[in-house]
Design a protein around this ligand. Structure first.
Ligand SMILES: C[S@@+](CC[C@H](N)C(=O)[O-])C[C@H]1O[C@@H](n2cnc3c(N)ncnc32)[C@H](O)[C@@H]1O
Length: 412
């Protein structure tokens, strides 16, 4: 009898193949492959668990594949084995489902090989899970060596290991209540200490609450930059890298309306989502336009903002728990390249500040090069400016997403 759920495993393998070839985010691939195969919500959940599991534990899965089988494997067979071993050794699914349905997801020519390797794994499961003493840390926790070594240097070995462990845990969902919308009678979560308005989701978020704009899914770490910016009613504020609008919404909440808020982004394709979010979140008075801040600002914006938020594009190393594939996409030289863009954005935005205004520069990176290192080098070239405070969040220290924010003002 054919296995019932092999189409979920097939979807996982084709999503992994597409991921290896392209530049799509894992989340986009889950959506596309679930729709293509018309998966039920439960099967979509299983697809996500398998795909995220394989991407999070790829190096460890490959280590186990090496123990179970000698010789070369073509990329598709390797992906099928990763999918099978992830179910057996990471997700702890029952042996018969994990083996039978994964075997059936493979082409006829490789089924006996997959069957043999996965059956061997079911017999050796306990030993494989326990026998990791001599395996290097970045293999056990499935991160590239360069990233582990970089974090060891920056934070010490113990913190680098905690960080890798944190990145492999399923992300917790938080939401923020929208002060611009009517407050719901009941909220499906618990307040986050020290982060007013933020709740940790308990169960699932009713779609009606999301659709009405009463709440917005958002990590508490995102508040640091907007708290540092401290927008006040009546001020004119620029959110220069605004899409999809999470921080724009926090700014609008602080302003008491979106009046005076200008949101820009260089990526035209991201603007419709930003506009939809602002509309839904009762912040429709914000002005939205496209601008690439690596280029000089239009003259009419010069000297016109009381506050500017630069939530710049970054390496995302503070949010690897949510963006599971970042660790494999990112290469060491990318961090220096991103810092060049970040620096240009800062330079061009500076011209738009009113006298007495402030800029908050922020990232969801934990790399010094993109954070304080970049701000200090910028300030060294601008003696007229000074640093008026920083905030940072480190996952292994604060148990939230990683984030950095710095407030810069002209010296008075
Ligand atoms: C970290 S995301 C911003 C997230 C947003 N602030 C929020 O809270 O939802 C960075 C954004 O910067 C945009 N971006 C990248 N390069 C840019 C540039 N040169 N000028 C303006 N925006 C840029 C990206 O398209 C992306 O939407």
């Amino acid at each position: 009898m054919p296995a019932k759920n092999f189409h979920v495993r097939q979807a996982a393998v084709s999503a992994l193949r597409a991921w290896a070839k392209g530049h799509d985010y894992a989340e986009t691939l889950i959506e596309r492959h679930a729709q293509r195969r018309k998966l039920s919500p439960a099967d979509r959940g299983l697809l996500q668990a398998i795909l995220f599991g394989v991407l999070r534990h790829r190096r460890l899965l490959d280590h186990w594949i090496g123990k179970l089988r000698d010789g070369k494997l073509d990329p598709e067979t390797r992906d099928i084995l990763r999918v099978g071993l992830c179910q057996l050794l990471i997700l702890g699914l029952p042996d018969h489902a994990a083996v039978n349905e994964t075997v059936e997801a493979g082409k006829a020519s490789v089924r006996s090989l997959i069957n043999a390797v996965l059956r061997r794994a079911t017999l050796a499961k306990k030993r494989m899970l326990d026998d990791l003493d001599d395996v290097p840390m970045p293999v056990i926790h499935s991160h590239p060596d360069w990233l582990y070594n970089r974090w060891r240097q920056a934070f010490g070995t113990r913190n680098a290991i905690s960080l890798m462990e944190w990145n492999n845990l399923p992300a917790v969902t938080f939401f923020r209540v929208n002060p611009l919308a009517p407050t719901p009678d009941t909220l499906p979560g618990n307040p986050v200490e020290g982060a007013p308005g933020f709740y940790q989701l308990d169960g699932s978020l009713p779609t009606a609450l999301l659709a009405s704009g009463s709440v917005y899914i958002q990590d508490p770490a995102t508040r640091h930059s907007v708290e540092l910016l401290d927008p006040k009613p009546g001020e004119r504020i620029l959110d220069a890298c605004a899409a999809p609008g999470g921080k724009a919404f926090l700014i609008a909440s602080a302003l008491g309306s979106a009046e005076g808020l200008v949101c820009t982004d260089s990526n035209e394709k991201r603007l419709p989502r930003l506009e939809e979010n602002l509309e839904r979140l009762h912040a429709r008075k914000a002005v939205v336009s496209v601008h690439d801040w690596t280029k000089p600002a239009p003259a009419e914006w010069h000297g016109s903002f009381d506050g500017i938020l630069l939530d710049v594009p970054c390496s995302n190393t503070g949010v690897i728990r949510r963006r599971v594939d970042v660790r494999w996409r990112l290469q060491a030289p990318d961090i220096d390249k991103i810092a060049i863009t970040q620096r240009k954005i800062l330079e061009n935005a500076l011209a738009c500040l009113k006298p007495g205004g402030r800029i908050v520069y922020s990232t969801c990176s934990i790399e010094h090069t993109e954070n304080l290192g970049l701000v200090e080098s910028f300030l060294a070239d601008h003696p007229e400016l000074e640093l008026r405070g920083t905030r940072d969040a480190l996952p292994f220290r604060d148990a939230t997403d990683g984030a950095f924010a710095a407030r810069i003002e002209r010296k008075s």
